[in-house]
Design a protein around this ligand. Structure first.
Ligand SMILES: NC(=O)c1ccc[n+]([C@@H]2O[C@H](COP(=O)([O-])OP(=O)(O)OC[C@H]3O[C@@H](n4cnc5c(N)ncnc54)[C@H](O)[C@@H]3O)[C@@H](O)[C@H]2O)c1
Length: 451
């Protein structure tokens, strides 16, 4: 099934209202009925997913691709041909060829799915070029980069969206609906994290993206080429946004609330060394390396409204995947592990309910409307919704659900946790990226069936 433009006709009046007030509206010059023109910077595994989902949309034309690896361009060229679409312009002759893509006049927006160290420089260049920017997670790796995103957005008036797909997971959105309807009462405490055994992602044999060897860097493929070095060099929560993005939506972070400070602690580092010795042998050069990243990094964030958020980063040890959500108010709570909910006055006292019936009852309107279509889009459907929110926001040139301030505040957890860990858990204050505008910024309207 193709995603038709007419599915969005009902949003037209809202869009029209928004366009009337949107400064610097960029797409009005397109002739009526013309498609939204999208470019891709970085078409590795993730960028190719976004490309494939974009090719399913009738309202999007893929006009340009950039990747420094020609093999990835070949793969994407094939996807475009198979979809019966026009050939896209191609870039990638060197690391900065993406700037030539950004110079294209017939381009409205870009999706950036490159290694982490490229996210901010590319997003900044995209905003400077007037292209609405979608940036994969995390968006920034230092506090300076977090400010670069905010400052560039404010200086150019161009929007950026952090493409946090977990905010669109079905259970996460149902719980958001419950939080908004105050089923749990006033919110008190949250837990979340990235608890994912990435050992087979951090190391491979250079021929396949996952496992089969213990190489990383130049000798490896996909994420092991660049992601693993961060575990070698940094002791921090390296990947906070899958956990903290949904919690930030529940807690209205940057919209009436904000992250104030954090403290962070790390365990010793054993998991990667143990894996390398067992898989590659004690004499393999990688078995002699000292990894900086503690196996379990635990961060506690304080919010302006008096909640706490415990964020866990756990990627070096054997374990089943879990983002570890716990969402707790004065009347009850949801825990994703165990799939259970307790609501005072509704649940049998002191006994958990299976979460399924609650999640069904509060199924988010977006999922009710587009769920069947979304299921095929990858990552259980949430990739469809995050792309949809990006395209629909960018088409109208309106602020996205997850903007430069969110990208900065969420990504700041990495450098702040690193400093805290290095200083024996010393409290680190979050910069106020909104420059006090969080006080008046209205909560984002998440509960709607458009995007
Ligand atoms: N939201 C999610 O669920 C999710 C899932 C996977 C990955 N990601 C994120 O997506 C990003 C990409 O991850 P991936 O798995 O696709 O990695 P990948 O290594 O498979 O792809 C990255 C691509 O960027 C290209 N690249 C590197 N430098 C470039 C440059 N200067 N110009 C143009 N292209 C360049 C590489 O050649 C490669 O093809 C990462 O930030 C990752 O954290 C998010």
């Amino acid at each position: 099934m193709k995603f038709k433009r007419r599915d969005f006709i009902e949003t037209a009046s809202l869009a029209a209202a928004t366009l009337a007030i949107a400064p610097g509206f960029a797409f009005g010059k397109n002739s009526a009925g013309s498609k939204f023109r999208l470019g891709f910077i970085g078409v590795g595994l993730r960028g190719t997913w976004h490309l494939e989902n974009s090719l399913k949309r009738d309202d999007v034309e893929v006009v340009a691709l950039c990747d420094t690896n020609p093999v990835r361009l070949d793969i994407c060229r094939q996807h475009i041909a198979e979809a019966g679409r026009k050939k896209a312009r191609e870039f990638g002759s060197d690391d900065f060829d993406y700037r030539n893509l950004l110079d294209l006049s017939g381009l409205d927006a870009v999706i950036i799915s490159t290694p982490w160290l490229w996210h901010t420089p590319m997003a900044v260049d995209a905003m400077k070029a007037g292209k609405y920017a979608g940036v994969e997670v995390s968006a920034a790796t230092t506090l300076e980069e977090c400010w670069d995103l905010v400052n560039t957005h404010e200086a150019t008036g161009t929007h950026m969206m952090i493409l946090e797909n977990v905010n669109y997971r079905r259970d996460v959105m149902a719980v958001l609906n419950m939080v908004r309807q105050e089923v749990f009462g006033e919110m008190i405490h949250y837990r979340c994290g990235y608890q994912h055994d990435l050992r087979h992602v951090k190391f491979n044999n250079g021929k396949q993206p996952y496992g089969g060897g213990v190489e990383f860097g130049e000798k490896a493929m996909s994420e092991a080429r660049w992601r693993t070095q961060h575990s070698l060099k940094r002791n921090a929560d390296l990947y906070p946004t899958h956990g903290v993005g949904p919690i930030a939506a529940y807690a209205d972070i940057n919209r009436g609330n904000r992250f104030m400070s954090l403290t962070s602690h790390a365990t010793k580092s054993r998991g990667l060394h143990d894996y390398l010795v067992r898989e590659g042998g004690p004499d393999h050069p990688n078995a002699k390396l000292e990894w900086k990243l503690g196996d379990v990094v635990t961060t506690t964030i304080d919010t302006a409204n008096g909640e706490t958020i415990i964020v866990t980063h756990d990627t070096n040890l054997p374990r089943p995947y879990s983002l570890g959500f716990r969402v707790q108010g004065i009347r009850g709570l949801w825990e994703v592990d165990g799939n259970r909910i307790y609501v005072e006055g509704e649940s049998e006292p002191h006994k958990w309910d299976d979460a399924d019936a609650w999640l069904k009852k509060y199924d988010h309107p977006l999922w009710q409307k587009f769920g069947d279509h979304a299921e095929g889009a990858g990552h259980g459907g949430m990739d469809f919704f995050v792309l949809n929110a990006f395209v629909e926001s960018a088409k109208r040139n309106i602020p996205p659900p997850m903007d430069a301030y969110d990208a900065a505040a969420w990504s700041a957890i990495t450098p702040l946790s690193e400093t805290s860990i290095a200083n024996n858990g010393e409290v680190q204050d979050f910069p106020d990226f909104t420059r006090a505008r969080w006080i008046n910024r209205k909560p984002y309207d998440w509960i709607k069936d458009t995007w």
